[in-house]
Design a protein around this ligand. Sequence first.
Ligand code: BGC
Length: 450
Amino acid sequence: MSDPKQKYPEAYEICEKFMLNKQHMDEIVNRLTKEINMGLTRDTHPRATVKCFVTYVQELPTGNERGKYLALDLGGTNFRVLLVNLINDRDIDITGKTYAISKELQEGSGIKLFDFIARCLAEFCKEHKMEQSNTPLGFTFSFPCKQVGIDNGTLVAWTKGFKAEGVVNQNVVELLRDAIKRRGDFKVNVVAILNDTTGTLMSCAFNHRNCKIGMIVGTGSNACYVEKTANTQTFDGYLSSTKPNMIINCEWGAFGDNGVLDFIRTSYDHEVDKQSINPKKQIFEKCISGMYMGELVRLVLLELMEKEAIFKGQTSQSILIKGKFDTSFITEIESDQPGSHRNAALVMDRLGIRTNNEKDLGCLRFICETISTRSARLAACGLVCLINKMNVKDLTVGIDGSVYRYHPNYHRLLTENMNMLLKGSVKFELVLSEDGSGRGAALIAAVCAK
Ligand code: BGC
């Protein structure tokens, strides 16, 4: 393809601001390493932005876990209730039901949110005739939680568009147990609360014994990794524990909340942040994850349209509306075969702009590539930071989330950029971790039950 700088000079001028070179990336790895160390260290933890919460998960699955477990998965636009049957070391049977979490539930009262969760769970138990079975349940709750035990997690802050009242600073396991008690029509045994990254790591480790990192690039972004217990100073038993390892939930989405990423942020990033439900929070996440990538593309497009540098003479009401450019559009546009702009044209058509102009559609693709490449480079920096921190030379990384799962080039971009930073010194494999929130929750429940 010809040089985008020549072909789309106005777009290039904007996109250039999103481009990260090796120097930027090395610096990001260094800064994140510092923040992670602050999170792990007792004295600095209270003012650390990357909290590195201990998960109380100290063992990876052995492959011998068996039995039936319930899992709840709350962390995005959908809520799921799952029944997971660990049959043998290869077969795991999952049946479940998905419920939409309306904006009202996301932003209303916490009691209502938990009543809704308990109602879904009650219906599910009834359907499966397990109201009285007191089945062990793992609760995948994918928000930053400070844990003081495997079944005790206090929500520190909502992310990803949630703001239900009366939940921040509460132990969400208690909120769940209370809601179940209020109904009183079924019994479950809530044994663990976990983050989706932890579930992803556990789920991947079931099949890949060498898995040491779980990462999510979906609506939000975050990662967890296996740390030496002796380095986890916020864990009371860090010196006396007989178990050598502890999974740490980094909560890397908050990296940059203290300004250390401002050197790479653009005016578009500042705009996305300003318009969000949680300004000045989750800065790294806002550069990486699916909740924000589409909006970044939209803001760039709007500016180019104003300058009449793209879609000349065409306007649309739709594209003026915040959030109308869904991140899935990026995936669709970048899935166009070389030389074709079929998906790109369809996306724009849906947004009220009818065009077959090759140059414009090529430019749109270039903007999408810029945003997804930056996202993947930042995620690669995060992974390399954790790999260096663990000082391992060979590992598997379990990954989930809609961006990683559906974007046609994300896996390749991650791999290339990690190799560039690691200079070939580490052998790693990036694998899609199937249903961490369900399988992972069951595996943790099984490990707890042991
Ligand atoms: C949350 C994390 C979660 C991530 C991916 C972030 O917004 O803070 O807890 O792991 O999204 O779902």
